[in-house]
Ligand binder design. Structure first.
Ligand SMILES: NC(=O)c1ccc[n+]([C@@H]2O[C@H](COP(=O)([O-])OP(=O)(O)OC[C@H]3O[C@@H](n4cnc5c(N)ncnc54)[C@H](OP(=O)(O)O)[C@@H]3O)[C@@H](O)[C@H]2O)c1
Length: 314
């Protein structure tokens, strides 16, 4: 028998860590991940138990994703909403939810509503709901500006000093799909949420814009899918950043290959995810101020993220 042949995996729910969310589009839910790509040699399936607690208010609207899903109800009674249609469910009911259908579960009973959802891997990359078309358009415009800025910076740097651009060739950017192990929190994540530095009258607009978006820029994790010859293959531990407004506080992210690097073996995933943005900020500050070896600098806030990097680089 071949050594590479996948082995069966047995897991009990008691051995799984309880995860809990209270998300505006997924509602309040507890989750025990039984089978996923880290435990089995297949990365194509995730199986877990979801539980909607008694009295949990239904979300204002559901969530969508690009894979179909099957729910099998184990306990409790409730209602499943799929694209605006409500259906009562009880133990023994199974529901097939088509790809891209907006859906959520609502507990209407007096005991927890437990279900076994069986999404495929791609289902965990959450997409904006269908009602967020204008928001998506704005998002595309920002992405476009981001790409143009990169291109403009390429040109500007080339014109000014012929320095090779740190942005690389925007058009030839390749992307990898990564499973996130850890996400690094930066002040910009909070600023993103409450629209820091914008006039007060902009705050409702900011709130409306970020409602469907996930925060987070820094992450570490493993590569799940990568284009051929991009320098990364499935299973590689990596760390880095993702473009603004794409959200690294997620189970999976897509990252451009020039935004990530291989994680050194001597640092943990938690340590690696704390490095990218603060490290880049300090390097940029040093470069922009033409700091040279031997010069003295005063580092304010040296116990903080950027500060501790600056101290180590001086
Ligand atoms: N993180 C990034 O990637 C990044 C990027 C660009 C710009 N920035 C900016 O850089 C600054 C620091 O960011 P950070 O990520 O390093 O934040 P941080 O991890 O929260 O560190 C903040 C530092 O400031 C100190 N501090 C807070 N209040 C202070 C006060 N009233 N007087 C003196 N020191 C005070 C803290 O000291 P204690 O530990 O004693 O509280 C800590 O050392 C922020 O303004 C941020 O917007 C950060």
């Amino acid at each position: 028998m071949s050594e590479d042949k996948p082995k069966p995996v047995f897991r009990r729910v008691e051995d799984c860590e309880t995860q809990e969310w209270n998300h505006p589009h997924r509602g309040q839910v507890k989750w025990w991940e039984l089978i996923n790509g880290d435990l089995t040699s297949t990365t194509g399936i995730t199986v877990g138990i979801a539980e909607v607690p008694v009295g949990a208010s239904p979300p204002k609207r559901g969530h969508t994703h690009d894979a179909e899903e099957v729910y099998y109800f184990l306990n409790g009674i409730g209602r499943v909403h799929v694209d605006g249609v409500e259906t009562d469910v009880k133990p023994g009911t199974s529901v097939w939810i088509p790809a891209h259908a907006e859906h959520f579960c609502h507990n209407t009973g007096t005991e927890p509503l437990a279900t076994v959802p069986r999404p495929t891997l791609t289902s965990t990359v959450y997409e904006p709901t269908s009602t967020g078309i204008v928001r998506s358009l704005l998002f595309q415009i920002i992405n476009f500006i981001f790409a143009c800025t990169g291109r403009f910076m390429c040109l500007l740097r080339w014109l000014i000093s012929n320095i090779p651009s740190p942005y690389g060739e925007v058009d030839s950017r390749q992307w990898v799909l990564c499973r996130v192990y850890c996400g690094g929190v930066n002040p910009v994540d909070a600023k993103f949420l409450y629209g820091d530095k914008l006039p007060h009258f902009c705050l409702p607009l900011v709130k409306w814009f970020v409602e469907d978006r996930i925060c987070g820029i820094d992450f570490s994790g493993i590569v799940i899918e990568a284009p051929p010859n991009c320098g990364y293959t499935a299973g590689d531990p990596v760390f880095g950043t993702i473009p603004p407004f794409c959200g690294s506080f997620a189970e999976y992210v897509r990252a451009p290959t020039d935004f990530i690097n291989h994680k050194p073996n001597n640092i943990s995933f938690a340590e690696a995810c704390a490095l990218p943005l603060v490290g880049l900020t300090v390097l940029q500050a040093f470069e922009d101020n033409n700091l040279m070896a031997g010069q003295h600098v005063l580092v304010l806030g040296a116990s903080g993220g950027t500060g501790y990097c600056a101290v180590q680089l001086t």
